[in-house]
Ligand binder design. Sequence first.
Ligand code: GLN
Length: 231
Amino acid sequence: EPVQAAEKTYTVGTDVTFAPFEFTDKNNRQVGIDIDILKAIAKVEGFKLNIKATSFNGAVQELQAGQIDGVMAGMSITKERKEMFNFSDPYFKSGVVMAVAKNSKIKGFADLRGKRVAIKTGTAAGAYANSIKKKYGFTTVTFDDSNNVYQDVIAGNSAACFEDKPVIQYAIATGLDLRITKMKLADPNNYGIAVQKSDPEFLATLNRGLKKLRQTGEYDRIITRYLGNGS
Ligand code: GLN
């Protein structure tokens, strides 16, 4: 009798808290759009999944070092990253906005002169802030997770933060005491799953799985689960 090939196990790194994409629910379970999509792909494609939550930057560094097989963490597909990794087909539209304290008078970048802006290590929003800070005369401070970024603004240490719109919007809708200054996206981008360049097989598996989830309606069900029907 032929021996059945063992199911492959893929280890995918993710962020600790980047709701609604990955977060821990009240029962201490790891949930979110990324987690559910990844699990659904593993199911339809028949592989075992090991999801490893570190931090966004930590996960990207582990992928770079070849310690994990992929990163799914609301990760923006950027030109620079495409030189290092392969990305799956895009699965979510995003982009950067600025958020400030509810009672802040800041309306736009021009009001940031001499002030401090909180950003998250290794992120597209952080890179965007750094790319305009000289022009607008502000400084930046970095944190490894989104929550510390927001708290620095709430505490009044930073005048603003730069973050992905769907994430800060979700945080505000669930009680975070900040407001977005302008809804128009700076640096519009798409999220994709990053994999090693040397692993075309995993890339093909992910894209095939994503396609199946879109065809069966599972993708839409997952989005609705976290964002409701209005998304
Ligand atoms: N989308 C942003 C990026 O790719 C942020 C990701 C994150 O913080 N998890 O840089």
